[in-house]
Design a binder for this molecule. Structure first.
Ligand SMILES: [Zn+2]
Length: 412
């Protein structure tokens, strides 16, 4: 008779519990929701893809710049050729507010739409998402602030980014500011994710140089912040690393030669992968510090993040684990093989500062009209931002005040 297997003690049979902070073993549950269609001239497939998704009448959400560049007309023609009726809403503004979403909603209600096409930068895509929330679920944007608050199904929608920046096309979050307070509300729900994202680098060639620079710095900041947050997991880290590699190597090329389609393609893919990383990993202190700068000093999002990110890298670089993750990114570490991890984080910050200079970004808060007297209020708002909670090194209000002070005096 075979011997019964020995009874193992509870200690021996206990599963290996992943350490939350280990990164490599952090559990995740990732459901890819957005079909990605990537390639030069892929926007020409908009009609076919809309039809495949079951759309017959769509709201095309875009802005005046995209109309002027001819992209809206081109996409409209593709849709109509596939017998999809188009209602145009072309009044999207940068950093959309609840008022912008309400205006878009009025346009959506003017026809019996069964789908939405968001065409443009992050603002167009977020306005399209915000409109979808209210059209299908009613109420106000505030009701969806947070995650998973939409009870009913939403309309299918297709995202077609014309900038390589926010990665909104790969996220289920709409960032909408309160019209009165300018507080940014991140409204997320799996149902809000685009059914299809068309990544056509040819569309990004029309970005004005400063828009491309701001968007590119934003995408790079997404890669760097998602790589280290407390929410990161093995999958998000893979997205962050590849996104960083693509943005770090291609952004300088785009800045130097705007017509470099291969570099534009790298940036568009890098921004989309960073969007996927955010979906799984959230963001950190640079975004928490940037939001009040945009709200009160009207500093463009990419500029605000660029102003704060080098200081956040130095701050996080004092945390061994975050410093190790920064060091693991592909940014040319061969230059500093023997340096300590925190020194490597400092060097990454210096390299980033050189890139910010090349991108023509403002290099000090004072240059943007921020006075030292504003710092206490900025720090108080920054620490309350959602993303501050995911920063790898715990960060307090006095810490934020120090980061703002450091950013105030950059002379770069
Ligand atoms: Zn951002």
């Amino acid at each position: 008779m075979p011997k019964a297997p020995p009874k193992l003690s509870a200690k021996k049979t206990a599963p290996i519990v992943p350490r939350h902070d280990a990164g490599v073993f952090t559990p995740f549950d990732h459901q890819p929701r957005t079909r990605l269609v990537f390639g030069a001239d892929s926007a020409g497939r908009a009609g076919e893809l809309a039809r495949e998704t079951g759309m017959k009448t769509v709201l095309l959400v875009t802005d005046a710049g995209v109309v002027a560049a001819g992209h809206a007309e081109r996409v409209r023609r593709c849709l109509e050729a596939a017998r999809v009726k188009v209602i145009l809403f072309d009044k999207v503004r940068e950093n959309p507010t609840t008022r912008d979403v309400a205006e878009c909603l009025r346009a959506a209600r003017a026809g019996a739409i069964d789908g939405i096409i968001g065409l443009g930068g992050g603002s167009s895509l977020d306005t399209a998402k915000g409109c979808n929330f209210l059209l299908t679920n009613g109420g106000r944007m505030r009701d969806y602030w947070g995650v998973g608050k939409a009870g009913k199904a939403m309309l299918p929608w297709i995202a077609i980014p014309t900038t390589a920046g926010t990665g909104s096309e790969c996220q289920s979050f709409a960032l909408i500011a309160d019209e009165r307070t300018h507080q940014k509300m991140a409204c997320g729900d799996p149902k809000a994710a685009a059914r299809v994202a068309i990544l056509d680098p040819v569309l990004t060639l029309s970005q004005p140089p400063h828009v491309a620079a701001c968007a590119g710095i934003d995408a790079l900041s997404h890669a760097l912040e998602t790589a280290v947050t407390t929410r990161r997991n093995p999958l998000s880290l893979a997205y962050s690393r590849e996104s960083f590699r693509l943005c770090w190597s291609n952004l300088p090329r785009v800045l130097i030669r705007a017509g470099d389609l291969e570099a534009r393609a790298g940036m568009l893919l890098g921004a989309a992968l960073a969007g996927l990383a955010i979906e799984n990993s959230m963001l950190g202190a640079a975004h928490a510090a940037a939001n009040p700068l945009t709200a009160h000093f009207n500093i463009a999002h990419g500029e605000a993040v660029g102003l704060m990110l080098p200081h956040v890298l130095r701050f996080n670089g004092r945390d061994a684990e975050a410093a190790g993750l920064y060091a693991s990114l592909d940014w040319g570490l061969d230059n500093a093989p023997d340096a300590s991890l925190s020194t490597k984080a400092d060097r990454l910050a210096e390299n980033l500062e050189s890139l910010l200079l090349l991108a023509g970004m403002p290099r000090s808060l004072s240059q943007c009209g921020v006075k030292p007297s504003a710092i206490p209020a900025l720090a108080s708002e920054a620490v309350k931002q959602w993303t501050a909670a995911f920063n790898p090194r715990p960060i307090t209000e006095p810490d934020f005040a120090k980061l703002f002070e450091a950013a105030l005096g950059n002379t770069g």
